[in-house]
Design a protein. Structure first.
Length: 386
């Protein structure tokens, strides 16, 4: 940019109407007469006869290579800069990457520019912005440079994510995790970031009426992840909400077609049917279903009491049945024992002796036996036992 206009006070010995301009070795003078550009002034001292003040010299430093001037178009048109500067005239679809002394400086949008070549080395790379994505070895430096935000949209896609790229509303490609930059014009590039990690969706508080007119409150859980990012962002405006809604409908259709007892006894089979139906719909949305399960089934208060009574009655009946079975088995065993004793008198006598032995072990025992011949052998045995 230009530093200064030499005032009339720099005249040599104040010899009016002469004007003197001193230009240093790293400076250039821009000479104007009556507002028209006339040429460049090299380093040195320059004198002009100017009675009416029509001569103007703008002194600019080449240490700042970017030449900015309100009459740059006139200066460029004159051709005076051809041997001294790099002149750029960028069209609407062009952008310029500027390096100064082999270090990246900035990005230029469409327009006219000039850079001095004297003091510093300037290198310019012209890029066609009609190719919306900027790919460059120095992309990270370029994207964080001054003026980059004016012409670039910078996107950083995190790990376990992908980016769905649309250009002018049309799908182009799916981007892997990384750092990307896109020109703001002339094309409109939009990147939708999508999380590919597995997530859980709670479908809670669904009041569903079974086939036998019992109203249940069912809570379900769906574990899912995005399998096709393009479908996930184009088939619906909110894929999570769509999955939630579809799961609700599947729950209502599946449970509503069954009676309460069938649903409660075949809960696993119902869950598998729900998962199969949800999986079919989810694939159309670009989703992969890991599992679908019924977490809670809540019965109304009166129905809960009734179910408890039914369960209690069933358990009581089962307990009574078991007791009767045991009693029957015991009686059958006694009957078999009695039949065996009746058929074997000697075995009956041994059972009697066993009973006497148990009684005698508990205290004093008085035994009175008859003198019949039939009991003679038993009397002797009892005496010996005592």
């Amino acid at each position: 940019m230009f530093d200064r206009e030499i005032p009339a006070g720099d005249q040599e010995d104040k010899m009016y109407p002469f004007r003197k301009y001193r230009i240093r070795s790293y400076e250039v003078g821009l000479l104007f007469r009556n507002g028209e550009f006339c040429g460049l002034l090299d380093a040195g001292t320059h004198r002009f006869f100017d009675v009416r003040g029509n001569v103007r010299v703008d002194v600019v430093s080449q240490r700042d290579p970017w030449l900015t001037h309100d009459k740059l178009d006139l200066i460029v048109k004159s051709g005076a800069l051809e041997q001294h500067a790099v002149v750029l005239d960028l069209q609407d679809h062009e952008r310029a990457l500027v390096w100064i002394d082999n270090r990246f400086s900035h990005i230029l949008p469409a327009g006219q520019y000039a850079y001095w070549q004297g003091q510093k080395h300037v290198r310019v790379e012209i890029v066609d912005a009609r190719i919306p994505r900027l790919e460059h070895d120095d992309l990270n430096v370029i994207a964080h440079s001054p003026l980059a935000h004016m012409v670039l949209d910078v996107v950083s896609i995190k790990r376990e994510h992908v980016g769905v790229l649309f250009v002018d509303g049309r799908f182009v490609e799916t981007l892997a995790p990384g750092f990307f930059a896109f020109w703001k014009k002339p094309k409109d590039a939009v990147v939708v970031e999508v999380d590919l990690r597995e997530t859980t969706l709670d479908v809670g508080g669904q009041d569903i009426m079974t086939a036998d007119k019992v109203t249940l409150r069912v809570n379900a859980v769906v574990t899912w992840k995005i399998d096709n990012a393009h479908k996930a962002v184009t088939q619906t405006d909110d894929v999570r909400q769509a999955l939630y809604r579809d799961t609700q409908l599947v729950l209502r259709a599946t449970i509503g077609a069954r009676e309460l007892d069938d649903f409660l006894t075949e809960k696993d089979a119902v869950s598998q049917e729900i998962e199969q139906n949800v999986r079919g719909r989810a694939s159309q949305l670009g989703l992969d279903i890991a599992s679908v399960g019924i977490r809670d089934v809540i019965l109304p208060g009166d129905m809960k009491d009734l179910m408890n009574k039914v369960t209690e009655a069933k358990k009581a009946a089962e307990a009574n049945l078991i007791a009767r079975r045991e009693e029957t088995a015991a009686m059958r065993s006694q009957a078999n024992t009695a039949r065996l004793l009746a058929d074997n008198p000697a075995l009956m006598r041994l059972r009697e002796l066993e009973a006497l032995e148990k009684v005698a072990a508990c205290g004093q025992l008085n035994v009175i036996l008859g003198d019949t011949a039939e009991n003679g052998g038993l009397t002797d045995k009892v005496v010996n036992l005592l």
